[in-house]
Design a binder for this molecule. Structure first.
Ligand code: NZQ
Ligand code: ZN
Length: 391
């Protein structure tokens, strides 16, 4: 295990009805003017918006509102939010929605404290030095942004989707009520579950040895998602399985599973290019990319894939055919995606060969040598081969 520091400072309020405390909490945390930021309308249809407004008013917390965040949140709305907050003196931001709303909120929070262009933080020109406090009310278990150090925004100018990682991305507090997820459309339950296990797998596939505790936690989390997501898919108002999924969402990406090891993250960056260019849901992009990434890379560490097969899918390791065992795990993963009607091929979401090379070249390659991935280092050509495998 490698040396590490771990702090996940977001205070979590979990369970039925927790969102109704939001006004009092914001007051306790010293908010005087709040931006209430939300998406395309689900929070209004479900009545959540009105309850949040009532809570703010009851606590005497002033607010301005800005809706319209799209999945794969856009930079233009972030700019609009920064302008609105500057004009109205906002000093605290409240995201009500999923990962897209939360990320848009985080980006506005950073932009509010920065004189330059907030995109600088996403294209690597600047690092966030100061931000504005953010709280969240989560409505979908998926991105983990409610507790993560990450924020992902799409710049419409070129459809470039980029993440910015900083500890200043962690919300001050997050209110997680699984009841709020009861209205989720089936495909969003599936997309979310796919993202949660992807966050676990990005950390699981590592070259760092002696990471037993985080391996076991990660396998347990993936199993929990695999058992409970189908129940939520069938009935998102079934509280107990949704409660498992919601807590898994946070735990999969607050980095408790990632400490003391080198993490991979190639599949995410390869996927971000896809959902940036084609505007598909991130979770659906991951169910296409992850199996292809695995098929391309499993030979790098067949025993680790065998461990994954055994601990996650109860597949018996065949000592005379370790490769076959590894391949069975990839097959089992694809079958699980299919059981939730998630795509596992680019062709299923109408994507062909035409832009694969362009995307492969544009995938963010954070390793100093122009490659991506902490488990296997991948060049642009490798990314292209993975897209091809996913066709
Ligand atoms: O916009 P509304 O009308 O609210 O509808 C949303 C949206 O259409 C709907 N929805 C959410 N909660 C609902 C609901 N519909 C009915 N009832 C509810 N309770 O679901 C749709 C998807 O929402 P979105 O916020 O886009 O989903 P998700 O949480 O999966 O977020 C995806 C974004 O997060 C990024 C992804 O790349 C993508 O842009 N990620 C952010 C990360 C982070 N900040 O740590 C890490 C992830 O790896 C990921 O990259
Ligand atoms: Zn993700």
């Amino acid at each position: 295990m490698l040396n590490f520091e771990f702090l996940s400072p977001t205070k979590i309020f979990f369970g039925r009805g927790v969102e109704n405390q939001v006004g009092d909490l914001l007051k306790q945390y010293g908010a005087t003017k709040v931006l209430l930021h939300y998406g395309g309308g689900s929070v209004k249809r479900t009545g959540l918006f009105d309850r949040v407004v009532d809570s703010l008013k009851a606590a005497g917390v002033e607010f301005v509102e800005l809706g319209g965040v799209k999945p794969n949140p856009r930079l233009s709305l972030v700019y609009e939010g920064i302008k609105l907050c500057k004009e109205t003196g906002v000093d605290f931001l409240l995201a009500v929605g999923g990962g897209s709303v939360i990320d848009s909120t985080k980006a506005i929070a950073h932009g509010l404290q920065y004189d330059g262009d907030v995109w600088d933080f996403f294209c690597g020109k600047a690092t966030v030095q100061k931000s504005t406090p953010v709280a969240t009310i989560l409505t979908i278990p998926a991105a983990g942004s409610e507790g993560s150090n990450s924020c992902v925004i799409t710049n419409e100018n070129g459809n470039i989707k980029r993440g910015c990682s900083t500890e200043l991305n962690r919300p001050v507090f997050s209110l997680l009520n699984p009841e709020l997820c009861a209205t989720l459309p089936k495909n969003q339950v599936a997309n979310g579950a796919s993202d949660i296990i992807a966050h676990a797998m990005e950390r699981y596939f590592t070259n760092t040895t002696n990471v037993d505790i985080t391996d076991r936690l990660t396998e347990g989390l993936i199993r929990t998602v695999m058992e409970n997501a189908p129940k939520c898919y069938k009935d998102p108002s079934d509280y107990e399985p949704m409660a498992q999924l919601v807590w898994c969402s946070t735990l999969a990406h607050n980095n408790i599973l990632g400490v003391g090891r080198v993490q991979d993250w190639a599949s995410h960056n390869i996927e971000h290019e896809l959902s940036g260019v084609y505007d598909i849901p991130h979770g659906a992009g991951l169910s296409i990319i992850f199996p292809a990434w695995m098929k391309y890379n499993y030979k790098h560490d067949i025993p680790r894939f065998c461990q994954f097969a055994n601990k996650v899918f109860d597949i018996t390791i065949d000592p005379f055919d370790m490769e076959g065992t590894a391949l069975k795990a990839i097959d089992a993963l694809e079958k699980w995606y299919k059981s939730l009607d998630l795509p596992t091929r680019l062709s299923e979401v109408g994507i062909g060969e035409d832009r694969l090379m362009e995307m492969a070249n544009n995938v963010k390659k954070p390793n100093g040598d122009g490659t991506i991935g902490g488990f296997v280092k991948l060049s642009s050509e490798d990314c292209y081969n993975i897209y091809k495998l996913a066709l």
